[in-house]
Design a protein around this ligand. Structure first.
Ligand code: UGA
Length: 451
């Protein structure tokens, strides 16, 4: 291994999804990381090598790093700021009711940095903050400090998917460095150098892909726009295919064949064209709304983006219509099972999960709703107390009048339908069930996008 410069790095918001993957990723490529978070429970767990946030392979790497003293966790922000030459800010920026991002956590961190920085520090903004926020952070720090002399601010957006965050950290599609100063650009390039040169060791399951990782240097506004536009584009693809699925269903098409056929065009490809209940989670919807708000604030009518959002809102209703079609308009005392409670497969995150939104609606209509998730049953039960949850699939499959598949978890495509009552009706929003098996056992079904 070549000797790379090791940086003293602090991560603020280090126990959240983005902060934790960033902390572990940076430490594993040779930096000395102190990761800070206000959530004391999570910090104490992390110190013992355990994580409340589920990320594939994370705990293995974490315990190696703790043993090698390359990473440490703290509750103390003062200690983190004095430890670090570079601070990554990964605190949350949730959506406010009007679609704007809530900047309060970012502002409070900027005020702490303003008061506590005592040596030159590069502040790297990982959180997805509204365009213009980098200037706000600079302004706050400039109340006591001098830009360029005491600090630099960089926008370095993340493109990590929850659940496969480490895979994305080690194999980034690109690294965007949005900064106006050469010093900050050079330092950020050095920080990512071991990654670019594939010169680090991590324990399995992360095979190092032999890909060229492009570093793109931009101004901070463009860096932020790249992040927003990327998430909005992914959301657009999902709403697009959900709309095509709706049309296909009406006219008698088969959505799997249609997606395959569309994806064969190399200009289009097949990624992010899986229909379903819509895009959930803490990112796509929030970032799309923030981009729409930004365009409104700038007197620009974003017709397309509004359409993407509208289709996503309607998508839940499509699933409810299917349920009503089978059970009638009154759902009182009807037994409905939901497979997939997290906002997608491979994560235990139930924030902004459309499955939970659906469950809540059905419960409000008087239905008895049981839900299954291999990773998020506990979290879902805590969020919606009238939802009966289990991580045992058979418990959930039996006795339901309708089973609704919402996530494309592999075990749902492998269900043994012979044990299910033929009176059960299956609604598959992901197109993953084995139709021949359902037919074999005379089980009625509805596949979203296919007549
Ligand atoms: C998303 C982006 O994919 C990441 O690149 C980005 O870094 C992240 O947001 C972020 O801004 O932090 P994530 O929210 O973890 O990542 O989830 P995705 O895997 O993109 O899925 C989002 C939603 O879209 C899920 O509800 C998923 O089920 C849905 N989806 C995704 C579909 O319905 N169809 C698809 O084809 C793909």
């Amino acid at each position: 291994m070549t000797k790379h410069k090791s940086y003293k790095i602090g991560v603020i918001g280090g126990a959240g999804y983005v902060g934790l993957v960033t902390s572990v990723g940076l430490a594993s490529i040779g930096h000395n990381v102190l990761s800070q978070d206000l959530n004391l429970n999570r910090i104490n767990l992390l110190k013992s090598g355990k994580s409340e946030v589920y990320e594939e392979g994370l705990e293995n790497i974490l315990s190696d790093l703790i043993t090698q003293k390359l990473i440490n966790f703290t509750h103390n922000i003062e200690q983190t700021i004095s430890h670090s030459d570079v601070i990554f800010v990964a605190v949350g920026t949730p959506s406010l009711a009007d679609g704007r991002a809530d900047m309060s956590q970012i502002i409070s961190v900027a005020e702490k940095l303003r008061d506590l920085i005592d040596h030159h520090t590069i502040v790297v903004v990982k959180s997805t903050v509204p365009v213009g926020a980098i200037e706000i952070i600079q302004d706050i720090l400039s109340e006591r400090l001098t830009i360029g002399e005491d600090f630099d601010v960089v926008s370095n957006p993340e493109f990590l998917r929850e659940g496969s965050g480490l895979v994305d950290f080690y194999n980034p599609s690109r690294i965007i460095i949005g900064s106006n100063t050469d010093f900050a650009r050079k330092s950020l390039k050095e920080i990512y150098q071991p990654l670019i040169q594939r010169d680090y060791k991590v324990s399995n399951p992360f095979s190092i892909k032999n890909q060229i990782i492009e570093i793109l240097l931009t101004d901070p506004v463009s860096a932020q726009m790249i992040k927003y536009a990327s998430n909005a584009f992914l959301a657009t693809r999902i709403s697009y295919i959900n709309e095509i699925a709706g049309i296909s269903e009406k006219v008698g098409g088969n959505i799997s064949d249609i997606i395959y056929g569309i994806g064969l065009d190399p200009r289009i490809g097949s990624d992010y064209l899986k229909p379903g209940i819509g895009f959930g989670g803490p990112c796509l919807d929030k970032d799309l709304r923030a981009l729409i708000t930004l365009s409104e604030e700038n007197y620009f009518d974003s017709v397309m983006l509004n359409g993407v959002l509208r289709r996503n809102d309607l998508q839940l209703q499509e699933v409810i219509n299917k349920i009503n079609f089978v059970l009638g308009s009154s759902l009182y005392k009807h037994k409905i099972s939901i497979l997939g409670l997290a906002f997608k497969e491979g994560t235990n995150d139930v924030r902004h999960s459309l499955s939970i939104r659906l469950a809540k609606f059905l419960i409000e209509q008087g239905a008895i709703v049981t839900g299954h998730d291999i990773l998020a049953a506990k979290e879902a039960g805590e969020m919606e107390d009238k939802l009966i949850v289990s991580d045992n699939l058979n418990d959930v499959l039996n006795q339901a009048e309708i089973i609704i598949i919402l996530n494309s978890e592999k075990i749902y495509s492998q269900i043994d339908w012979s044990i299910i009552s033929p009176k059960t009706y299956i609604i598959d929003t992901r197109g993953i069930v084995n139709i021949d098996e359902l037919k074999k056992y005379s089980i009625e079904y509805d596949i979203l996008g296919t007549k």
